[in-house]
Design a protein around this ligand. Structure first.
Ligand SMILES: [Zn+2]
Length: 579
């Protein structure tokens, strides 16, 4: 159990905008911030953050809450873990009582795995920076012009030659080899025992978006193959959801609004060092829809910078399909064929690279122009082959203007008029899918009353004079009473209010109510209160009438009859108080 006042302290210190900005890009809109919801797929923002109130709400999927709830959802954590996670960030000390043996065993497995990776990382870094065994790594880096500062930023390390350097180190630290095996740091020997996975390799630390170590990528010191080996997937490393360097690129992507995607660790390093900090790398995994979803939270456009060789071009075409599916604008950056980003930047510097971004070609254009260099479209066969490649992708383009413009260009290439071409394509199967309109349910009088109370203390006073129990019932009454109590003290603490509501539906409803209140800006609060009160009264009367009508038709011996009577009686009581 974490003490309530500690939870409050964490909530107060952790700026909700800052915390959420770690995971996505937020834009100011009035007194709120908005962005693309990380909890459901969307292309127009319906995710709202109200910094003054410390809450968020998505009008698309209904997720809402405070900064702790956000972290719980985003990280899949339970309440205490999320509070501790935030406490660490904002420097709030949460006293930990010593764990019992049982509790220790039950300690979150993920926590242990992070710890093992951390220990391994420290070991490798230590070897690279000072140990004799790290000399090979140091001289390799020197050869590539990587100094200690950069190596430190990337948390580079060196795995010494030999079979059990890490295994022994972890053993000394009291780590069970089975845990390190789960992370792919150690492998099981046939005859029993374990051996190091990374041997005589320079290591890059692979981190999650908070910078926690989730894996390593290791490069050989000579020309042997495989050139790189990477940590396998593990409970804390899911490759389809991780891009190398994301933790370092978050800020740059948010500032620039775009991301540069490269293939390798050293490409990443070259760009980052040259000041292009909005860069992420795929590092041996193919780009996935999950990656694009991740990037979309920070960037509106992507620059793809893959190798110019055939593997790189294939990767670019695969990426094209993903970008088209996701309707994510992307452009291809090209460095001269004889270069890779590292050699180019070392020679030409940042000043030489910037124009390449400006000259980047939309990825679809890159694709079909590249195809034209391979196929002879003067022949019918060439035309057909071209058509087979291009048409399915053109059909994926949901923006009809964009598609029509490309059709025109491609028709020209094939020597067809656009009409003929369109006829051969048939109707577009992918007419733009309208995003489901975000329905904002209209708030009922009680809900309006609650938002008035939160904003205007004078309304709360009115409610007190009337008696909250005459206006509200059930969980709404509990919320109203909490607002009354808090107003009398230090003012309304909405995040705490939401935290204390048990029903998730109710919580969602209220967070949507409280996250946006600009419509209340120009109203006369007391008049609004009066209107709510009258509406409530009318509703009661209407309900009584309906019930009375039903009562007349129900068998007086049935249980329903008694239910109806009881409800009518209850409403009469409330009404008597209302007037
Ligand atoms: Zn949502």
């Amino acid at each position: 159990m974490i003490a309530d006042e500690k939870v409050r302290e964490v909530r107060e210190r952790a700026s909700i905008v800052e915390v959420i900005s770690e995971y996505m890009s937020l834009k100011k809109s009035g007194s709120n911030y908005q962005g693309l919801c990380p909890f459901h797929g969307e292309k127009t923002p319906s995710f709202n953050v109200n910094p003054a109130r410390g809450i968020f709400h998505c009008f698309g999927c209904g997720t809402g809450g405070n900064v702790v709830t956000f972290v719980m959802r985003m990280e899949g954590m339970n309440f205490p873990s999320a509070v501790k996670f935030l406490a660490k960030r904002v420097g709030v000390e949460i006293p930990e009582r010593p764990l019992s043996r049982d509790e220790k065993r039950q300690m979150d497995e993920a926590e242990i795995l992070y710890r093992v990776n951390e220990l391994a990382g420290e070991f490798y870094q230590q070897v690279l920076s000072t140990d004799e065994a790290g000399e090979a790594g140091r001289s390799y880096l020197k050869g590539r012009g990587v100094d200690r500062t950069i190596a430190g930023i990337y948390r580079m390390g060196f795995a010494p030659a030999g079979w059990d350097n890490l295994a022994k180190h972890l053993q000394r630290k009291g780590i069970a080899p089975e845990q390190a095996e789960k992370l792919g740091l150690l492998r099981r020997r046939d005859g029993g025992g374990f051996y190091d996975t990374f041997r005589n390799r320079l290591l890059f630390t692979i981190a999650d978006l908070h910078g926690r170590t989730i894996g390593f990528g290791g490069r050989v010191m000579d020309d042997s193959l495989p050139k790189y080996i990477n940590s396998p997937e593990s409970p804390i490393y899911r490759k389809s959801e991780v891009l190398f360097g994301l933790d370092m690129a978050k800020k740059g992507m948010r500032e620039k609004g775009n991301a540069i995607i490269v293939e390798g660790y050293f490409d990443h390093l070259a760009l980052y060092r040259a000041g292009f900090t909005n860069v992420v790398a795929t590092c041996g995994t193919a780009l996935t829809p999950g990656h694009l979803q991740l990037l979309r939270r920070y960037a509106e456009k992507a620059y793809v910078l893959f190798d110019g060789d055939s593997a790189g071009r294939k990767a670019t075409v695969r990426a094209l399909d993903l970008f088209l599916e996701a309707e994510f604008p992307a452009a291809v950056v090209r460095v001269p064929v004889e270069d890779d980003p590292d050699t180019f930047l070392r020679r030409e510097g940042a000043a030489g690279f910037a124009p390449l971004l400006d000259q980047a070609v939309p990825i679809f254009e890159f694709f079909y122009k590249d195809l034209l260099t391979e196929l002879d479209v003067r022949s019918v066969e060439g035309k057909l082959a071209f058509d087979r490649e291009v048409k399915p992708r053109l059909m994926k383009m949901r923006n009809s203007l964009e598609r029509s413009l490309y059709e025109k260009e491609i028709a020209k290439v094939l020597g067809l008029d656009q009409g003929t071409m369109r006829r051969t394509m048939g109707p577009a199967p992918n007419a733009p899918r309208p995003e489901p309109r975000v329905k904002r349910e209209t708030a009922g009088p009680r809900e309006v009353l609650l938002s008035l109370m939160v904003k205007f203390p004078e309304v709360t006073t009115k409610v007190m004079q009337h008696g909250a129990d005459r206006l509200f019932s059930g969980s709404e009454l509990a919320v109203a009473q909490a607002i009354v109590a808090q107003t009398a003290q230090e003012g309304v603490d909405i995040p705490a209010l939401l935290e204390n509501i048990e029903s998730p539906e109710e919580r969602t409803r209220l967070s949507s109510l409280f996250v946006e209140d600009e419509h209340l800006e120009d109203i006369d609060p007391l008049k609004a209160f009066e209107q709510c009160r009258q509406t409530l009264e009318r509703d009661y009367l209407k309900r009584v009438k309906t019930l009375a009508r039903e009562l007349a038709q129900v068998d007086p011996e049935s249980p329903r009859y008694r239910e109806l009577l009881a409800e009518i009686e209850q409403l009469r009581n409330i009404k008597a108080k209302l007037l």
